[in-house]
Design a protein around this ligand. Structure first.
Ligand SMILES: *[C@@H]1O[C@H](CO)[C@@H](O)[C@H](O)[C@H]1NC(C)=O
Ligand SMILES: *[C@@H]1O[C@H](CO)[C@@H](O)[C@H](O)[C@H]1NC(C)=O
Ligand SMILES: *[C@@H]1O[C@H](CO)[C@@H](O)[C@H](O)[C@H]1NC(C)=O
Ligand SMILES: *[C@@H]1O[C@H](CO)[C@@H](O)[C@H](O)[C@H]1NC(C)=O
Ligand SMILES: *[C@@H]1O[C@H](CO)[C@@H](O)[C@H](O)[C@H]1NC(C)=O
Ligand SMILES: *[C@@H]1O[C@H](CO)[C@@H](O)[C@H](O)[C@H]1NC(C)=O
Length: 588
């Protein structure tokens, strides 16, 4: 229960120039901003340093406002604050939830209010806390993992005379945000900055299929000057956000697109793509309705666009999901790139990594597994092949990465392995890691420290899935019910290498599966397995997947589309010294 006497309160400061509400403009104090809801009624801004994080919430209510960090997105257990402005006073306290009733006031008050005011129907609260408050009873530590943020608000302030002032119907919701890895906007964009839109053209979303992949072509052959992409943003047609599952912009170079393809042409990406489009696979940008924050490249990094010999064909692939088969939906959503002629120091690019899932769904997750691992490799030979350019001698400096997976993924890890002169494999610190992955939040993760990958290294992507609540096997695939294990790694200087994927050779697992296999198709045997009573098969599959022969494929589409293939046994690159992160706590 609330105890009135404990409210932290202070007077509204005077002389502040109130802005227009809501104010989503990043500024020095609050470089990061996100909408917590779909209605734009709850804006969160934040900033941080090595030890502290400070938030501002702007909420369309004159009532009370709640905000916090939940363990798994639910209201309990969670580390929360509640605040409101009444008269000239700001009321604010640090709580935690123990059960589905009024939260409990923390005995240690570690979230501290900086200011609060009401303006034009909005309540604004600013508050600060340590990343690690050391209050293990009331607070959660804020880490580089994806955090499950929760929020609530009410039209009125609590009736503090009531015995249970906070138990009332409120608007509430959740959003996953990675508070410590979000891209930082520059102090200001260069004055010559311009934008280019890659959008759909009044595409009629089909009702016959709930899931549609539409592709649209853009010919940039006449852009003869080299620019740098410095910012990427999604563009949503009004009201269409909920139907746009995600959008990806790919590109490649082909000699004379105009002779082969029609600029602006639109077609089904899977069934109707012209031959040349299949090879347009360099990842440039991606967004979805759950991942719609602007992405800013770091201030010394730009992705080249335009100029002699540069990629000239761009493909926007949009995945529409129309579950309710709503008719008459017309969409022109897409991706906007901001570019400048004021070139930055480093030419960067995305490297796509992961597990190949077509044509035979070469990924298989049995049901009932709380922690099932799938690995994908970018092999040493692929890296060597892809680095065979004029900048051969330079390593790849990794700036950060974006992970992509569906609902079962819980943990994503991009591992980096170096071969020592004695031939041993040593693991470096992870290039990217999310110990609390949420497929609803697939934003770019800026690396804590940049790291170099040399052409004698291996990269390994490790995806962990929780299939414990699924009664059926999950196969690799693009559909939301399937799974993926993907990473898009941003690095410089740009190399020929654009994609570097692998798949476990199930056929070669035949003798390790511990069960007679009909014919040579182990994958079909997996499909036919009854997992409710086959523990031997489970153990053997996991063992086999850790020791399999891996097929690797890497490609480039910027010069003439070209490929390299590779294969190796996973046991050939056994890591002698796995990387162990050390947890640093600032308290005892
Ligand atoms: C980090 O921010 C906190 C809270 O504003 C402040 O007390 C602390 O001095 C800052 N630390 C550094 C190194 O700037
Ligand atoms: C889409 O259709 C509307 C109305 O017919 C039209 O005004 C608009 O220009 C079209 N958009 C595009 C991108 O062609
Ligand atoms: C629906 O999707 C299937 C499989 O992708 C495809 O074969 C079929 O042509 C689609 N139907 C329509 C009406 O688009
Ligand atoms: C590397 O580049 C050189 C010169 O372009 C070429 O002769 C050689 O075949 C390339 N090696 C590989 C592995 O692609
Ligand atoms: C990566 O390699 C480049 C080129 O050799 C070097 O200048 C840079 O300092 C290295 N960066 C890191 C983080 O090791
Ligand atoms: C094995 O394959 C043969 C031929 O395809 C089929 O007739 C038989 O039913 C299969 N046996 C099992 C156990 O799946």
């Amino acid at each position: 229960m609330l105890r009135l006497g404990m409210f932290a309160a202070f007077l509204m400061s005077v002389g502040v120039v109130w802005g227009q509400m809501p104010d989503r403009t990043p500024n020095t104090r609050y470089p990061y901003v996100t909408d917590m809801d779909h209605e734009g009624a709850y804006v969160l801004r934040w900033g941080l340093n090595a030890t502290h994080i400070w938030f501002e919430v702007q909420v369309k209510t004159l009532g009370y406002v709640g905000f916090g960090i939940s363990r798994d997105g639910r209201m309990v257990p969670a580390d929360v604050i509640i605040g409101w402005v009444a008269g000239n006073q700001v009321h604010f306290q640090d709580y935690h939830t123990e059960r589905y009733e009024a939260p409990t006031v923390d005995s240690s008050q570690d979230w501290l209010v900086d200011y609060g005011y009401e303006e034009a129907g909005w309540t604004v609260l600013g508050f600060t806390r340590a990343l690690d408050t050391c209050d293990t009873l009331g607070d959660f530590k804020i880490t580089r993992d994806t955090q499950r943020l929760i929020y609530a608000y009410h039209t009125e302030d609590p009736d503090v005379t009531s015995p249970n002032p906070l138990i009332r119907h409120t608007v509430r919701g959740r959003k996953s945000v990675s508070l410590m890895t979000t891209s930082h906007p520059p102090a200001e964009l260069p004055i010559d900055s311009s934008v280019i839109d890659f959008t759909n053209d009044n595409f009629s979303i089909p009702v016959a299929n709930t899931s549609t992949y539409n592709c649209r072509l853009f010919d940039l052959s006449d852009v003869n000057v080299k620019y740098h992409i410095i910012k990427m943003s999604p563009v949503f047609s009004p009201g269409m956000e909920q139907y746009v599952d995600h959008m990806v912009l790919y590109r490649c170079r082909i000699a004379d697109p105009a002779s082969l393809l029609v600029n602006g042409a639109s077609f089904n990406c899977f069934s109707d793509a012209p031959d040349h489009v299949q090879f347009c696979r360099e990842h440039v940008a991606s967004f979805g309705h759950r991942n719609k924050e602007d992405f800013y490249l770091p201030e010394d990094v730009g992705i080249p666009i335009g100029g002699t010999g540069e990629s000239n064909l761009y493909v926007l692939a949009t995945h529409y999901v129309n579950e309710l088969q709503t008719p008459n939906l017309v969409d022109s959503s897409g991706i906007q790139l901001t570019y400048t002629a004021d070139l930055r120091t480093n030419d960067a690019a995305f490297l796509s990594m992961g597990n190949i899932i077509s044509p035979n769904w070469l990924q298989y997750i049995p049901p009932g597994e709380p922690s099932f691992q799938q690995r994908a490799y970018c092999s040493e030979r692929c890296i060597q092949w892809g680095m065979n350019s004029t900048q051969n001698a330079l390593p790849m400096t990794v700036v950060g990465a974006k992970f992509h997976s569906h609902d079962l993924a819980t943990e994503m890890k991009l591992r980096h392995v170096t071969k020592t002169s004695s031939g041993a494999y040593v693991e470096n610190p992870w290039l990217a890691y999310d110990g609390a992955f949420d497929s609803d939040q697939q934003a770019f993760r800026v690396a804590e420290k940049r790291r170099n990958v040399s052409f004698t290294d291996h990269l390994m992507l490790e995806c962990t899935y929780d299939s414990s609540t699924r009664g059926f096997p999950t196969l690799g695939g693009w559909h939301p019910d399937n799974e993926l294990c993907r990473a898009y790694v941003l690095y410089y200087p740009r190399k020929m290498l654009e994609g570097c994927m692998s798949w476990s050779n199930y056929d070669q697992l035949r003798n390790q599966i511990g069960q007679p296999v009909n014919g040579s198709d182990v994958f079909n045997t997996l499909l036919a397995t009854d997992w409710s009573n086959n523990n031997v098969m489970r153990v053997n599959l996991k063992h086999a997947l850790q020791n399999s022969i891996e097929n690797a494929q890497c490609w480039s589409s910027r010069q003439d589309p070209s490929y390299a293939v590779d294969w190796f046994q996973q046991t050939d690159i056994t890591i002698q010294t796995p990387y162990q992160p050390t947890e640093t706590r600032t308290c005892v």
